[in-house]
Design a protein around this ligand. Structure first.
Ligand code: SF4
Length: 296
């Protein structure tokens, strides 16, 4: 069977890196998962975290690489503190989180390790994992890679960061971000169907699209809201996040926070679209305290 890490084309960067032979591409990652942190996490949307927490696995590396990344400590390359894991050890970790009472398994930025992650989910399900499995990602994903998860992932939590290719070029070196992300979300919705909650009020299947409000991004955020509400409406959840915090080295507009007025006006705009499957983060929540204590 073809090793998908050979001449890697797992993400839209399509680097062609020969990862099994030690070469790396844009994501700087080897051909095995590096896990920085595994924990019960309480900072997700209430339908994800609930009261018992979301069983979260934070992977190192990212194939999008936003200049303002809130998880920059682990997303820019191997930290040297990550644990090398395979499908069996990952499956064991998911089962342990289930034993600890996790509402779900929440895999954060796993797509550059997709073949191993898909195998790990299949193994865990065969071994008794029966809580929902969620993939939490940047939205800059290839449909062909997402198909590896078809029938395995219950919930997707992608970002839709930008509508404008000017912004996606400037902040993520990805002029094609919007069109790639739109196709990816279509595939995610196709796989999971409409979002559905259980009697416990927690999500069992579906898609939650996150949008982080950026400083100076009011009009772009409106375009993202227009797109998502007109294409999917309440078939998906939309989560509007105002937790943006400038990271070290931030320049220009990114040095500040989005204003409270901007965030409130976007919340009103979303409400005006009759999007009741929505979350709007409190303006005062967030900031650096939302960022987990990564091993660095
Ligand atoms: S997953 Fe990494 S190596 Fe593979 S194409 Fe994407 S950035 Fe390049």
């Amino acid at each position: 069977m073809k090793n998908l890490f050979d001449n890697c084309n797992l993400c839209p960067r399509r680097c062609g890196a020969d990862r099994p032979h030690g070469k790396t591409g844009f994501c700087k990652m080897p051909d095995y998962p590096l896990v920085n942190l595994i924990k019960l996490h309480y900072g997700e949307e209430p339908i994800v975290s609930g009261t018992k927490g979301s069983g979260t696995v934070f992977f190192e590396g990212c194939s999008l690489g936003c200049v303002f990344c809130q998880n920059y400590k682990i997303s820019r390359g191997p930290t040297g503190h990550g644990t090398k894991m395979d499908k069996d050890s990952l499956a064991g970790a998911y089962l342990k989180l289930q034993d600890q009472g996790a509402n779900n398994i929440n895999l954060v930025t796993p797509m550059h390790f997709a073949p191993v992650i898909a195998d790990s989910i299949a193994k865990a399900k065969a071994d008794g994992l029966d809580i929902p499995v969620a993939v939490n990602c940047s939205g800059y994903e290839l449909v062909s890679t997402l198909r590896l998860f078809d029938g395995l992932v219950d919930v997707y939590m992608p970002d839709m960061k930008y509508f404008s290719s000017k912004l996606s070029s400037q902040y993520s070196h990805a002029p094609d971000y919007f069109s790639v992300c739109a196709s990816a979300i279509d595939e995610m919705v196709r796989q999971t169907g409409d979002a559905a909650l259980g009697k416990d009020g927690l999500i069992k299947k579906g898609v939650i699209v996150r949008h982080l409000i950026l400083p100076g991004g009011l009009f772009d955020s409106k375009h993202v809201i227009d797109y998502l509400t007109s294409r999917y409406g309440n078939r998906i959840y939309i989560s509007l996040m105002s937790q943006y915090t400038p990271m070290p080295g931030a320049e220009g507009k990114l040095k500040g926070r989005p204003s409270q007025r901007t965030c409130e006006s976007l919340a009103d705009y979303l409400a005006s679209k009759d999007q009741f499957n929505a979350f709007v983060q409190e303006y005062d929540s967030g900031g650096k305290e939302m960022i987990p204590d990564f091993l660095t």
